[in-house]
Design a protein around this ligand. Structure first.
Ligand SMILES: [Zn+2]
Length: 489
């Protein structure tokens, strides 16, 4: 058996002021065939990474394509997208004949001229690989499960957990199902239910936790092969933005339909119930400082680089300093210029520093302060579950009683290394502020005595009615009250 694997991935915030070009892919993951490291998968590369480990044991030949992935930001440059896509498609062509293709995609990538990048990729792969080739795709749940890609692929598996700690487990699922299909043990048939809603679904909160646990228990029984919940990525102005439920059954479309409808209706009934409560900046900082617990972990989803935000808003930092907070840490603030100045000043230096507030109106105003350089680290990284995420050169500065982690490779707070690389121990702090929506919970949840959420003036408002959509198909909740959810495939 000959199986080809490749990755082309980012999550596109179409409202972000940060364009995405080849440089952003080179910064995060840019591997030609055979170059992918053996230590851990990078963003969305788990299908290739896992296939490499399984090939000999499972009796297939892996043909490696390129793996390209960029941190979430704005729309990808058209020429750069087409060049990366055509490179992979060319490798695929050269690798023919193939029995299967494994694609590690994100699912919410937009390039100039392409609203549905993954649909475009799967369409080109299908055109070359032919109708009999099994196309298996792993996607992030923050994807747009478009009709085009579901019609053209044979098997689509999404991560179930948010935070996405099951990227490798789901890649194993994808490969299991692909091999079972190739060996004639299953005949996958997919059904898709559109919930007509925009919402966030952290699986660390009880309602979604229970839902996902029940879904897992359904798989592998009674002809149900796989169930995926597409959360959608709310900061994308694309027509098919919406939460969708995907069910794969073994040869029995009616069975897949029935379960997709049942679970889809259940997800519709959860509208408004799956997100945590949010404080404003003043209220959240006051609550954190007043808490008797330590550390209190305060999340700022509205400036989450993982959703395409610049991660340089200073509103919470400003509030902490103004209130004279002691024993606080905050990060990451993406500010390559400030990091450069800190390296030039040297460890222990006290310098006038302009922090954050640089990229756009939603970055707020910068914080100007006398800052002590308390930590410096070259080419640092943080872990996220089984994956590694680069932070670039980093600096820690102390402003009043607040230590700030400044980074050069834009990403969200995922691993404790964000702070410990710089000599900051988040466990010993009273308050730890993390720019992240929910992925921080994988590492910071276990050390947090209390978790609070602040909806700041960063660009990713938690009230989706404030997002200036123009292309999203209506009606959709919560922009509209009356919607018509239902089976669409
Ligand atoms: Zn995601």
């Amino acid at each position: 058996m000959r199986i080809f694997a490749a990755t082309l991935a980012t999550e596109t915030n179409t409202f972000s002021p940060l364009p995405t070009s080849l440089a952003a892919y080179k910064e995060l993951a840019f591997f030609r065939p055979g170059e992918h490291p053996d230590d851990a998968p990078r963003m969305c590369t788990a299908p290739l990474f896992v296939a490499r480990r399984r090939a000999a044991h499972d009796g297939f030949t892996l043909l490696e394509g390129s793996c390209f992935a960029a941190s979430p930001a704005g729309i990808t440059n058209r020429a750069d997208y087409e060049a990366m896509r055509d490179e992979i498609v060319g490798q695929l062509q050269a690798a023919m004949p193939l029995d299967a293709v494994l694609l590690g995609l994100h699912g919410a990538m937009v390039a100039h001229g392409y609203d549905d990048v993954e649909g475009d990729i799967v369409e080109r792969v299908r055109a070359i690989a032919g109708p009999k080739c099994v196309i298996g795709v792993e996607l992030d749940p923050h994807c747009h499960l478009t009709l085009k890609r579901v019609r053209l692929a044979d098997i689509i598996v999404l991560y179930k957990e948010f935070p996405h700690t099951d990227v490798v487990d789901r890649a194993h699922d994808l490969i299991d199902l692909t091999l079972a299909t190739l060996r004639g043990r299953i005949r996958p048939t997919m059904s898709l239910y559109d919930c007509r809603q925009i919402q966030s679904y952290p699986t660390t909160l009880p309602l979604m936790r229970g839902f996902v646990d029940r879904i897992k228990a359904l798989e592998g029984k009674d002809g149900i092969v796989s169930v995926s919940i597409g959360h959608c990525f709310p900061y994308a102005d694309v027509p098919e933005l919406s939460a969708r439920v995907l069910v794969i059954a073994d040869g029995d479309k009616a069975k897949a339909d029935a379960l997709a409808i049942r679970l889809g209706e259940e997800l519709v009934s959860m509208r408004g119930k799956t997100m945590p409560q949010f404080y404003d900046v003043a209220g959240g900082v006051a609550a954190a400082l007043a808490s008797n617990e330590a550390p209190v972990v305060v999340a700022e989803p509205s400036d989450n680089a993982g959703g395409g935000a610049p991660s340089d808003n200073t509103s919470i930092l400003r509030e902490l300093v103004a209130r004279g907070a002691k024993s606080a840490a905050l990060g990451p603030i993406w500010d390559p210029i400030a990091v450069r100045l800190c390296f030039d000043a040297g460890l222990g230096a006290v310098i006038p520093l302009r922090i954050g507030g640089k990229i756009g109106p939603t970055s707020g105003v910068p914080l100007d302060a006398m800052a002590t350089v308390t930590g410096l680290a070259r080419e640092a990284w943080q872990s996220f579950g089984p994956t590694r995420v680069p932070l670039g050169d980093c600096a820690a500065v102390q402003v009043g009683g607040v230590e700030v982690a400044l980074i050069t490779k834009r990403t969200q707070a995922l691993g404790l290394e964000l702070f410990t690389n710089l000599g900051i121990d988040p466990r010993a702090k009273k308050v730890v502020v993390v720019k992240s929506t929910n992925h921080f919970m994988a590492a910071f949840g276990p050390i947090a005595k209390q978790v609070l959420y602040i909806d700041s003036d960063g660009p990713l408002s938690r009230d989706y009615r404030k997002v200036p959509y123009r292309n999203v198909r209506r009606p959709i909740w919560p922009l509209d009250e009356d919607t018509t959810p239902g089976l669409i495939l």
